[in-house]
Ligand binder design. Structure first.
Ligand code: BGC
Length: 759
């Protein structure tokens, strides 16, 4: 894998060449396919059309294909199914496809879908960890690696990327996304779409991507999965929508609508948002699928009296395919009998589904996916990729007194059940990942003779504290204690919201007694969400965030601990001090009474918690040190249709080769509405040798500063501050310039990629 500085420079050059959106050209289907699809729609009965619009589970997540019995094959022959999910396997899917295209009346191929989120067989780091690389090329490589293995297993379609913005650590699905920021989220969305789909959906070992969960799924109130979102129009447009917009522009073949509602309108039945905005305003022509049972759940939401009304609402919203609820298949027939104006909407939906099948090349070769030999022999190249991605993903949060890297001759011990928990290395959504193929931290450190002993101490799931004395005895003998703490994999993921985001089980008790030994502790966090650990981490000199790093978790962490590689990841979401601070973002708007350290002054803060996060968005330390030169601007003023260059020289003044993510933030200090105190608008991950300097030049355009005002992206004249730094709170240089006129942007400001050059 070549993820060194050269590839970063090349990526910059590529972006420079193709502004404003560097994504895939939208692969349209040719006139022959269009004519074929029109012809098929003319021949189809209403029931066959509704069949195409129906997605059925062919199994369960943990028992793929288990429902593919004779009755199901009969349904396929009768044209009652357009797509299956929770299926996999080259041979099984080839046979299923054969029934569709050889025994079905119209010989329409099926679409096979699965949640392939972070690797298929070779489990890669979870998405929040991949986002911590701040390296879209790394994210793209992860998606491509997952796609190749999924393709070999006969799959056409993955329900990824999840591009929901997550600012509430209580929400369990933080683990599946790219964090809190719409600019970083947009870059990571594009990278995944490109990685999954390849250059052409009709060729190669690729799968169709699905940007999910359209709407504001990540903004669920209280961080409770499935719950309502009540976001303002501006926040929706400026924060939640940009990654979806970027994914659509990158050619994402499909979108999934969210389970939840925004201000009382469930997205699956939201014609304003889906049909009007996504389809008509954004011009999105891809396939839109509901989330699992979400069409029927419109009844529970209280916007449909029965399944027929629910189906009509979703159809009118432009949801083409009903995932699992059978509402379309069972109820649109009678709805059409009452209201013929629904028929053209059905035809459009079928056309889009068949177009997706054509884009994937399935009308030309329905067996073009799957390779039983490749499926069994997982490509040897993928393990090293998993390890490299894991190494790039770790974030060093604290390193007082340079406790890390470990030094030769030190007596090091390892404590914590998570260090030996192979299942947890896989994180949520395992696809075909096998825990027994994972290398845990314990195994890697024992193999490398890094540790002299191991004790689990306590676990995350029981109150049993009987292992604590052995752990303390072990710690007493050591020079350094490595302590794996956090949550096991099953604390995060769908329906895994927690009110308390402290440490589960008796881990706090374990930490307290280990601290009392006086030995230096390195806390190795394993978790799918930010945890509120200010008190637990107090007095612990070194903290390494590892999330869940996949099959090569152990060796990758060992490399960072021993200093073979310097950590270079940055937080894609801030880590609170305490769960009570959530939801939280670095990009908050200022108040009339900004947070003040003096508690005697009434200000926007909590009395019982210090101001701000424990570790801010963009934070991540290194074994090297980076010096930033002065920030220089290309011009003092730019017109609304102009552009501004922002340059900075970054030097590795440390003793080891290491990576630094140079971050560009903007702030509009006086505008018609209060603007966030900082907003990310550019970044680049550099690899620098000791003593090496690189000059980074970002080019920003005023449409990237535009404000959402009643349906328009307005560029306002006035002062703009730019900040360049190593994290959202470690700003190393500032400058400001004027935008001299008014203008109007065409795209969501945060979705627009910032051109950069590295010299
Ligand atoms: C999840 C989706 C997922 C779908 C299919 C739903 O419960 O919300 O993210 O793609 O199931 O497995």
């Amino acid at each position: 894998m070549n993820l060194d500085r050269r590839s970063v420079v090349a990526a910059g050059a590529l972006l420079a060449a193709s502004m404003p959106f560097a994504g895939l050209a939208r692969a349209e289907i040719g006139p022959d396919h269009k004519a074929k699809i029109k012809g098929l729609i003319r021949q189809m009965t209403l029931a066959e059309k509704l069949g195409q619009m129906t997605q059925i589970p062919g199994g369960r997540q943990k028992a793929l294909n288990s429902r593919l019995d004779a009755t199901m094959l009969d349904r396929v022959r009768k044209g009652e199914v357009g797509s299956f999910l929770h299926v996999a396997g080259a041979d099984a899917l080839r046979e299923l496809q054969r029934v569709a295209v050889e025994e079905g009346r119209l010989k329409i191929p099926l679409l096979f879908a699965m949640d392939v989120i972070h690797g298929f067989r070779t489990t890669l780091p979870v998405p929040i960890a991949l986002a911590s690389t701040w390296d879209p090329e790394a994210m793209k490589l992860a998606a491509r690696t997952a796609a190749e293995e999924a393709w070999a297993a006969g799959l056409h379609w993955t329900f990824a990327p999840m591009v929901d913005i997550a600012r509430d650590a209580r929400w369990g699905r933080v683990v599946e996304g790219a964090g809190e920021d719409p600019y970083l989220g947009s870059r990571m969305a594009v990278a995944q779409v490109e990685g999954f789909q390849g250059g052409d959906l009709a060729k190669g070992r690729r799968v169709m991507a699905c940007a999910k969960h359209f709407g504001a799924y990540g903004a669920a109130v209280g961080g409770r999965d499935y719950d309502s979102a009540d976001v303002s129009e501006r926040t929706l447009a400026e924060v939640n929508m940009p990654p979806f917009y970027a994914a659509a522009r990158a050619g994402a073949g499909s979108f999934m609508t969210a389970f939840n509602d925004i201000a009382g309108v469930p997205t699956t039945g939201n014609a304003d948002l889906v049909r009007h905005q996504l389809r008509e305003q954004w011009g999105y022509q891809g396939l839109i699928v509901s989330d699992w049972n979400a069409v029927k759940e419109l009844i529970a939401h209280g916007v449909a009296a029965d399944q027929k009304e629910a189906a009509v609402l979703a159809l009118k919203a432009s949801v083409d395919m009903d995932m699992t609820s059978n509402s379309y298949a069972e109820h649109l027939g009678s709805a059409v009998a009452e209201d013929k104006s629904l028929l053209p909407l059905i035809d459009e939906a079928v056309e889009r589904i068949l177009t997706a099948k054509a884009r994937l090349g399935l009308f030309d070769d329905p067996y073009g996916f799957g390779d039983p030999v490749a499926e069994k022999a997982v490509p040897a190249k993928n393990r090293p990729i998993a390890r490299d991605l894991a190494k790039r993903a770790m974030v060093l949060l604290r390193n007082e007194g340079d406790v890390l890297p470990l030094r030769l001759g030190q007596k090091v011990v390892l404590i914590g059940a998570l260090a030996d928990d192979a299942m947890s290395t896989l994180g949520s959504w395992r696809a075909r990942g096998q825990a027994e193929e994972a290398v845990t931290l314990r195994a890697a450190l024992e193999q490398g003779n890094v540790i002299t002993g191991y004790a689990p101490g306590v676990t995350t799931r029981s109150d049993d504290v009987s292992g604590i004395p052995a752990a303390v005895a072990l710690a007493r003998e050591a020079d350094v204690v490595l302590l794996a703490i956090g949550e096991d994999y099953d604390f995060s993921g769908e329906a895994r919201s927690y009110a308390d985001i402290g440490l589960p089980g008796p881990q706090e008790a374990l930490i307290a007694v280990l601290k009392a030994t006086g030995k230096p502790i390195v806390a190795i966090l394993m978790n799918g969400r930010p945890l509120g650990l200010e008190k637990d981490l107090a007095g612990i000199p070194a903290v390494l965030e590892t999330w869940y790093l996949g099959l090569e978790s152990g060796p990758a962490i060992a490399h960072v601990l021993t200093g073979e590689v310097s950590p270079g990841g940055k937080l894609p979401i801030g880590i609170p001090r305490h769960g009570g601070q959530t939801p939280m973002t670095y990009a908050h708007v200022p108040t009339g009474r900004p947070a003040n350290a003096d508690l005697l002054i009434d200000s926007a803060r909590y009395h019982d918690t210090a101001i701000g996060p424990l570790f801010p968005f963009g934070h991540g330390l290194s074994y090297a040190r980076f010096d930033y030169g002065a920030v220089t601007l290309g011009a003092e003023a730019v017109p609304a249709n102009g552009s501004q260059t922002i340059g900075v020289t970054v030097t590795n003044s440390g003793k080891v080769a290491a990576d630094e993510v140079v971050q560009l933030y903007i702030h509009d200090p006086v505008a018609s509405v209060a603007r966030p105190v900082k907003e990310l608008r550019g970044f680049v991950r550099l690899s620098l040798k000791p003593g090496e300097s690189r000059r980074v030049t970002f080019t920003l355009t005023p449409d990237q500063l535009a404000i959402w005002h009643a349906g328009k992206w307005l560029i306002e004249p006035g002062l703009i501050e730019v900040m360049v730094g190593s994290s959202s709170e470690d700003i190393r240089g500032k400058a400001s310039f004027r935008v001299t006129g008014r203008g109007e942007g065409k795209h969501p400001a945060a979705s627009i990629p910032t051109k950069f050059e590295v010299a």
